[in-house]
Write a protein that binds this ligand. Structure first.
Ligand SMILES: Nc1ncnc2c1ncn2[C@@H]1O[C@H](COP(=O)(O)OP(=O)(O)O)[C@@H](O)[C@H]1O
Ligand SMILES: Nc1ccn([C@@H]2O[C@H](COP(=O)(O)O)[C@@H](O)[C@H]2O)c(=O)n1
Length: 262
């Protein structure tokens, strides 16, 4: 019998829970889905890097075999109280603090995704400051990219990743991109953006996001402009997922890929 479990608007359909082995038969020891965490400051290019990785995995002809999905940590913002909502409208709610996220929901959802469950995740509306009725469905994914400012902050989330990337873009570049994006796409005034940035976003980046860079397997300077880094990452994923790869094994969380920074 199919039943629907409501996880605070994140739904799981356990009937469809059978682990998808795909056209390649056994997966050897490479975990599927292969879960990649992508962290970095606001407007560093996390989403753009994820898009490039997905695009290149598809371009390489793997689309017949590989399903790639991108999820945003923003789908896991806690619901705001009426009072918090009023503050958010003035750029005075701290969306960059770890307490802004529903970490347990995030963890359960990622664990379910790793277990092969079909999930439907709500998308986030930055104008209304809440999750929308629009959803992304995740099923049969071979590679899942999970991007967000604090995806490496929580140990219980960090430890779930098979690969960790940190997008390291100059703060001036990030601020200028954020201003343009938030005016164009998130319905913000310049004054509100700068006030929120200086009082909340920048201090939280320095306190909570930047220190998590040390957990990355690969640091990507300049984000999606760094074609070499993106190419190397894609090649590595392809190599890991190549069928019948000799010596393929489950990655230990302490393994380095290009070199773990200290
Ligand atoms: N390499 C780049 N060159 C120019 N603009 C970029 C570049 N990377 C991202 N952007 C733009 O900057 C903004 C933030 O990028 P995005 O990938 O959404 O960052 P994040 O996911 O880290 O917030 C977007 O408007 C995007 O189009
Ligand atoms: N209602 C919201 C929710 C989040 N933010 C800001 O978004 C940033 C995270 O998204 P990125 O794509 O930039 O990584 C974060 O810095 C929050 O300040 C917001 O302004 N309003």
């Amino acid at each position: 019998m199919m039943y629907k479990m409501d996880l605070g608007r994140i739904m799981a359909f356990p009937l469809l829970n059978a682990r998808y082995e795909g056209p390649l038969g056994g997966l050897d020891k490479v975990p599927r889905p292969f879960l990649i965490g992508v962290a970095g400051g606001t407007a560093s290019g996390k989403s753009t890097v994820c898009d490039k990785i997905m695009e290149q995995l598809k371009k390489s002809g793997l689309e017949h075999h590989r399903h790639v999905t991108i999820i945003s940590q923003d789908s896991f913002y806690r619901d705001l109280t009426a009072e918090e909502h009023e503050r958010a409208k003035k750029g005075e709610h701290n969306f960059d603090h770890p307490d802004s996220f529903d970490v347990e929901l995030m963890r359960r959802t990622l664990v379910d995704i790793k277990a092969g469950k079909v999930m439907e995740l709500p998308m986030y509306d930055y104008i209304a400051h809440k999750r929308t009725t629009k959803t992304t469905v995740i099923h049969c994914a071979d590679v899942v990219l999970f991007e967000g400012i604090l995806v490496f902050y929580f140990p219980e989330i960090r430890d779930l990743f098979n690969m960790r990337l940190f997008v390291d873009t100059d703060p001036d570049t990030r601020l200028s991109r954020r201003v343009l994006r938030d005016v164009e796409e998130r319905g913000r005034s310049l004054e509100q953006i700068l006030h929120q940035y200086m009082t909340l976003v920048k201090p939280a980046f320095e306190e909570f996001c930047l220190p998590t860079k040390k957990y990355a397997d690969v640091i990507i300077p300049r984000g999606a402009d760094n074609i070499v880094a993106v190419d190397l990452i894609v090649q590595h994923i392809q190599e890991l997922m190549r069928p019948n790869r000799p010596g393929r094994r489950q990655r230990n969380n302490s393994d380095s890929i290009v070199g773990r920074p200290h």
